[in-house]
Ligand binder design. Structure first.
Ligand code: TRP
Length: 335
């Protein structure tokens, strides 16, 4: 029998359609993981509610949108199991059990949570669900018995917390009932927005969604921040902090050609218009098939619902198995 593939889990909060930042940061890697790992993708609608309780409609409608994005980029449901988090009750039960192994002060000290509390302006009015979502994320990861978790750098402290929970549960149980997980941070970090701001986000209006039209792509590239001191084509230009080059590094498969362009730009003689033309061509070529597939898929919501129903059933079996073994290992009452 061939050795079992390592189990990988990632997820996305369902708060909006995915954009090109997701493509380079996670979606592209997930396509490759389909061959090498047993992959689970979680549509994290329950986690999305932890800071969107006032807008469940947004969270629910984006379950289908994000699933459509997955399929449009080439996630194959016969090789990747796509599950809806709120329909996996074993994860909620694991969260309740794990909550007894994590202190409130540990949650408040978590750097990811601290940043997010600030960004959201929660001050003293932090929803308890939000403060506890790292425990729920530990339930997600261990519920699927994942050992590999690809996440952005900002999420690394959550994997640390997951492993603290794993060690406490294992110590209490007196045996290794749960495996520890390793965070894998992707080669391309966070893609800057088209305005050069560090974070691409739909709410900041600086994102290109996966269904962007040809005109939207060209307009974004045209507006893209370069080197403000590069006034004449013959002037030497700066590559560092130049968003067009950051994007070329992320999207252009021809690494040598990009290196030559950087050389030329630094030397002078390469204009922004010519540089941007290359990025525009590459993005148009990348997005066109995704946009077309997405439009076709969006017309067949029943098919997408079927994919989610099937994936969620598989996820339910797997997470219930974990829950049963954790309850047993902790010595809870059994009939
Ligand atoms: N927190 C992740 C995000 O903000 C989403 C997520 C939920 C997740 N559960 C997960 C990621 C489990 C990795 C593993 O996008």
């Amino acid at each position: 029998m061939p050795a079992a593939k390592p189990v990988i889990l990632t997820g996305d909060r369902t708060t909006g359609p995915l954009h090109l930042g997701h493509y380079v940061g996670s979606l592209r890697n997930r396509l490759a993981f389909q061959d090498t790992h047993e992959q689970f993708l979680l549509l994290a609608d329950a986690q999305a509610l932890t800071d969107n309780a006032h807008d469940p409609e947004r969270v629910a409608s984006n379950v289908i949108e994000v699933a459509t994005d997955y399929l449009a980029v080439g996630i194959d449901p016969s090789r990747t199991t796509i599950c809806v988090q709120s329909h996996l009750p074993a994860l909620a039960e694991l969260t309740m059990l794990y909550a007894n192994f994590v202190t409130v002060s540990r949650l408040e000290r978590n750097p990811t949570i601290k940043d997010e509390i600030q960004q959201r302006g929660f001050a003293r009015d932090i929803p308890a669900g939000f403060l506890c979502y790292p425990i729920a994320q530990a339930a997600d990861i261990t519920g699927f018995r994942a050992t590999v978790v690809p996440v952005g750098e900002d999420q690394a402290p959550l994997i640390e917390l997951t492993n603290e929970v794993v060690r406490r549960v294992n110590r209490q149980a007196g045996r290794d009932v749960l495996p520890e997980a390793t965070a894998v941070v992707p080669r391309i970090g966070r893609l800057p927005g088209v305005d050069g701001k560090a974070k691409m986000s739909k709410s900041l209006g600086n994102a290109l969604v996966l269904s962007a039209s040809p005109a939207e792509i060209s307009e974004a590239v045209r507006r893209m921040y370069t080197d403000p001191n590069h006034l004449r084509i013959s002037d030497p230009g700066q590559v560092e902090g130049n968003v067009v080059f950051t994007w070329l590094d992320a999207f252009d498969p021809d690494v040598e050609a990009v290196a030559a362009l950087k050389e030329h730009y630094r030397r002078g003689g390469l204009g922004d218009v010519a540089l941007k033309k290359r990025l525009d061509d590459i993005l148009q070529e990348l997005v066109a098939p995704i946009r077309e597939r997405r439009a076709r898929l969006a017309a067949d919501r029943d098919m997408i619902r079927d994919v989610l129903r099937e994936g969620t059933l598989r996820g339910r079996a797997r997470t219930e198995e974990t829950l049963a073994s954790v309850k047993e290992a902790l010595g809870l009452f059994a009939f």
